[in-house]
Design a protein around this ligand. Sequence first.
Ligand code: UFG
Length: 337
Amino acid sequence: MNDNKIASGEPILVTGGAGYIGSHVVRDLGEHGYRPVVFDNLSSGRAEAVLYGELVRADIADTELLGSVIRRHGIKSVMHFAAYIVVNESVAQPLKYYENNSFNCLRLLKCCLENGVENFIFSSSAAVYGMPGKVPVNELAPLLPINPYGGSKLVSEMLLRDAAAADPRFRYVALRYFNAAGADRQARIGQDYRQPTHLMTLALKTALGQFPRLEVFGTDYPTPDGTAIRDYIHVDDLAGAHLLALEFLKDGGTSSAFNCGYGIGHSVLDVVAAAKRVSGIDFKVVHAARRLGDPAALVADAGAIRRELGWAPKVPHLDDIVASAWAWEKKLAARRP
Ligand code: UFG
């Protein structure tokens, strides 16, 4: 978003706005003069992460309440983050994922259409590509998810595509996140899951002595060092993409899906090395079996979002991403020793 541009208090409904990525977007909405209205059941989010606007503590399955919030605030734009995100849990409990991520998205979408919402920004995932035939992967690659998490996001994208095709007043942007990481650079907010599963977070918590060792899941992938490759994107750059997507739709942009990543792949061992470098702590690392549902390599071709939305990432260096997460983890550790 153009940093000089200030919206004049326009209300934006943000489901899951107390969560990791949602809270960073809420921060940016507030800082750019929007008025976020957060709808979050706090199952994984934190009330204190909502730096701007009102927090409605409720489940998105409660469409009666959702509808009344949309009408009361005169909401025209919705950002939908509320979802489950743990890939291997989705393999073990697929229906839980389809119910919350797809079925509840359908109900939210219906409620939005019934109440005059025009713009919808959806948190999609690189997981919709499954095991891409070639990386970097662009938006035209086949959508063949290999786990129920990716399947549940793909179903939601299909719902949005078909709903938008049928209603000329309604448009959406699906942002396909690669691996969001890092924290607010003032360490006001960051990742704060009750049961963390993400690599960078676990590596830094291990450095802090909160876990005895870090497990590397799979060392026999067809990659240069045998560990899986991901495209780690700073959560602030990811948040910025949401504001650009909102402006794009408000300016009449067409419904679209965009990859959000840097186009740079790092292996698990690269992240471990960066975590040791940044923290200055040589924590214990052990090799373990592959984790269910993990693809070998996911790296974005992010040409489309740069071209269409003018997105220009600000924190593309792995050590800078790790450094922001490290500052946040140290703050959390001091707050809850
Ligand atoms: N990993 C380890 N040890 C750990 C944790 C993770 O080796 O303790 C490995 C994983 O096996 C994977 C890589 O580190 O190869 C990254 O794992 P994360 O759990 O950090 O992230 P994922 O790639 O599994 O998933 C994330 C989001 C998804 C999203 C996906 C898109 O959680 O929502 O990125 O790439 F779909």
